[in-house]
Design a protein around this ligand. Sequence first.
Ligand code: ADP
Ligand code: ZN
Length: 185
Amino acid sequence: MTELQIITGPMFSGKSEELLRRLSRYPFRPVPPEVFLFKPITDSRGEEELVSSHSGSSMSCVPVKNVFDISQYLQSLDGTVYDPIIGIDEGQFLNGIKELYLDLCNFYDDATLIIAGLNRDYQGRPFPAMERLFSYADKIDILEAICRNCGHMATETYRVSKGTDLIEIDTGDNYEARCKECHAK
Ligand code: ADP
Ligand code: ZN
């Protein structure tokens, strides 16, 4: 069965770092699987064709507009790839990711899908794309960041700037990790 791993938590909790860490280990298998990494184009942190973590690590990726781009990319491999490892960063922006997972289950015997994505938006509301995935997951890791206000464990993402657009581009200083208490204040 195709395995689904989810890495979630607020911004700065190390989701990208953990995704890259996991993907970087597969080449050490005796028979290394093919590894693919996708990210939605809305993430303009760093370069387009790179997934970069705030900690500095990065890996090249295929930027996509939506889940159909991912399906098409995998279909274009035309069955030449056997049970790949598929990483997706910023999964909260990819509606239909649950359907993509179910398609992969039909298409591959033993692939691995690892999705990193935000738990909640800056107003504390779950991201539907992620929410729908949780019940299918084989492994879920909920990471925490450090609250920038009080130093406790942060589970929330706070927006420092005033806009209300859900997908505001992360320029590095318009969001902060916050604990629940400091986020509510
Ligand atoms: P995410 O993908 O969850 O946004 P990243 O993997 O991009 O997280 O970044 C994680 C790194 O960010 C940490 O290893 C640390 O170096 C740095 N960092 C910056 N701000 C914080 C914070 N408030 N709490 C924890 N780590 C932080
Ligand atoms: Zn706090």
